[in-house]
Write a protein that binds this ligand. Structure first.
Ligand SMILES: NC(=O)c1ccc[n+]([C@@H]2O[C@H](COP(=O)([O-])OP(=O)(O)OC[C@H]3O[C@@H](n4cnc5c(N)ncnc54)[C@H](O)[C@@H]3O)[C@@H](O)[C@H]2O)c1
Length: 200
């Protein structure tokens, strides 16, 4: 296992180079890293450094990883899956930097899918809804989300588990999804389907 900071291009480039030299090829890559951050500010009080950190990790970090991965991906058949969020589809009040970064991941995914589609490389995005992980619980502790409220806002009445996202991500990476590219695939218990933040 190699630890890298995805916002550091040098570290990411040497990580991908080393990976390819050990395994001889790169069939797929999942760019999952993200931070939730956010201190509940409204737009006029956004802290510049906090904004820049969020964009650097959540959006530029994905670009840095893709830029390093794409030249090595198997042609045809290589595939990338980036993790965006249902917050990449609609605004997230009091956490505009997060939503902006996740909208950006979708733009990056679609643009790249168009650039590489004819080579037989697929690029897709997974958009998790409320998933019970550290990032969610940290946001909840800051008062940014509430598990009961978001659970009620899903069509299934519950939060998701990381494994439920991972299974879709693995499917999209695999040849079973051979005609899926440029997609934003929600894994959200229906959170985005009928509106967000619905009461009970
Ligand atoms: N949990 C949710 O409700 C939810 C909803 C929508 C989208 N997402 C997205 O899913 C992805 C995974 O989040 P999670 O819920 O598993 O959260 P998590 O906090 O459990 O995992 C995030 C991981 O990113 C790593 N990380 C943070 N900064 C990094 C950096 N600069 N370089 C390399 N690694 C770094 C952390 O060490 C951690 O392992 C994120 O992109 C997140 O935005 C999560």
């Amino acid at each position: 296992m190699t630890k890298v900071d995805v916002s550091n291009a040098e570290q990411v480039n040497s990580w991908i180079k080393d990976t390819v030299s050990v395994f001889g090829r790169l069939d797929g890559a999942a760019n999952v890293t993200g931070i939730a951050g956010g201190d509940g500010s409204i737009t006029e009080t956004i802290d510049q450094l906090a904004w820049e950190k969020m964009i650097a990790i959540n959006l530029t970090g994905v670009m840095i990883c893709m830029r390093a991965q794409l030249p090595h991906l198997t042609v045809p058949g290589g595939s990338i899956v980036n993790v965006s969020s249902t917050s990449g589809l609609r605004g997230l009040p009091n956490n505009a930097a997060y939503a902006s970064s996740k909208f950006g991941v979708i733009g990056l995914t679609e643009s790249s899918a168009a650039e590489y589609g004819k080579k037989g490389i697929r690029v897709n995005a997974v958009l998790p809804g409320p998933i019970d992980t550290k990032i969610f619980r940290e946001g909840e502790a800051k008062g940014l989300f509430n598990a009961d409220v978001v659970s009620a806002g899903t069509l299934m009445g519950r939060m998701g588990q990381a494994e439920e996202v991972a299974k879709v991500l693995v499917f999209l990476l695999s040849d079973d999804a051979s005609y899926v590219t440029g997609a934003h695939w929600t894994v959200d218990g229906g959170y985005a389907a009928c509106g967000f933040y619905r009461a009970g």
